[in-house]
Ligand binder design. Structure first.
Ligand code: ZN
Ligand code: ZN
Length: 362
């Protein structure tokens, strides 16, 4: 910045910068919203017409069962039916192809969805949160990256990941089994905070030890929760990158600690852990690039009260965990990754050591 500029000009410039940032987030939010709307329509119309992707092409046809009395009933994909649900007589399967006009409309929806995806892919490149972090993770493409930014823009949570977790319904809710008192992310059923003790949190009413559970009956963003615990982990696992391996590793750890837990609870807990790690890193990287805070310092803000406790943990790491230390998602971003870790002063070997110690990699 030119130091000879009058203060008012610099202030105006900073203001402009701030407005520009908000506008960029707003624009991304708008695109993500439109994308969701179109995708919803495309999926629901596709279901109506029985459209399925076969070898990169859409094939639309509907299957029905028909009995001798003429009861014609839609048969869902992959389902079987021998008898008519109305009269119980045997049925034969008939195939019906929807009209060309309808298939054309469906195909236009598919195309529109792709066009909006292209706009998102373009727009998301304006965010360092994406180009310097999210893009290096296998399972996070433009749309999921854009959704993370649109739903959970770190600045709007004052870069505190605990606020974002509470907003997304990811924080742990503590409930009193005796009187029903609950405590969730700074709020409670009667306004009183939970009481800390050596055995854990206690009920301020009757002193009973509180039980941790997932958020129920408190307001949180369904969209953010569906992204963080649904779409995101599903894509991470599917793409088999570093976060898929971390989820697996956490599963083993949780299972060893709670051998009596059902499989699904173990898996969900592991997913929450991995997603929380990813979220903390995303917030720290955002704070670093938006405000110039050095990465290790950024974690103090990002983690808030739990920073001092987590810092002592042997697993604590401030370097961003992404796939490129050991693997490459696309050659296009390889050099970009090298530049980012150089700029951040990250020792690659240290991160690889961490991954080895966690037995995420061999
Ligand atoms: Zn019938
Ligand atoms: Zn109680």
């Amino acid at each position: 910045m030119n130091s000879s500029k009058p203060v008012q000009d610099i202030e105006a410039e900073i203001m402009q910068q701030g407005i520009k940032q908000i506008n960029e987030v707003e624009r991304l939010r708008e695109l993500v919203g439109i994308y969701d709307d179109i995708q919803k329509s495309r999926i629901s119309m596709g279901n109506r017409l029985g459209c399925k992707r076969v070898g990169g092409k859409w094939v639309c046809k509907r299957l029905y069962t028909e009995c001798e009395d003429g009861h014609k009933i839609l048969l869902k994909e992959g389902k079987k039916r021998d008898k008519c649900p109305i009269c119980g007589k045997p049925v034969k399967i008939v195939e019906e192809v929807p009209s060309e006009e309808l298939v054309n409309i469906f195909e236009r929806l598919v195309k529109t969805e792709k066009e909006i995806e292209a706009l998102i892919s373009n727009e998301v490149l304006k965010f360092p949160e994406f180009t310097k972090f999210l893009v290096f993770i296998k399972g996070i493409g433009a749309v999921i990256g854009a959704k993370l930014i649109a739903y959970l823009y770190p600045k709007e949570f004052e870069f505190n990941v605990n606020k974002a977790r509470a907003f997304s319904g990811l924080a742990v809710m503590f409930v009193c089994p005796k009187c029903g008192y609950w405590y969730y992310a700074g709020k409670s059923s009667n306004g009183m905070p939970a009481v800390p003790s050596n055995e854990g949190w206690k009920c301020p009413v009757d002193g009973t030890k509180l039980v941790g559970t997932s958020a129920k009956g408190v307001p949180y963003s369904r969209k953010a929760k569906a992204l963080l615990l649904g779409v995101l982990p599903r894509n991470l696992i599917m793409n088999g990158g570093i976060y898929a391996k971390l989820i697996k590793k956490f599963e083993e750890e949780v299972k060893a600690k709670h051998p009596d837990w059902p499989k699904l609870k173990v898996k969900r807990t592991a997913i929450r852990k991995a997603v929380s790690l990813l979220l903390a890193q995303y917030f720290a990287m955002s704070l670093h690039y938006r405000k110039g805070v050095p990465l290790p310092e950024a974690y103090k803000v990002v983690l808030g009260k739990v920073y001092d406790m987590l810092k002592k943990h042997e697993d604590f790491i401030t370097a961003p965990i992404v796939d490129y230390y050991v693997d490459v998602k696309s050659d296009k971003y390889k050099q970009q990754f090298e530049r980012v870790i150089k700029e951040l002063g990250i020792n690659k070997e240290e991160v690889v050591e961490w991954l080895k110690k966690k037995r995420v990699i061999e």
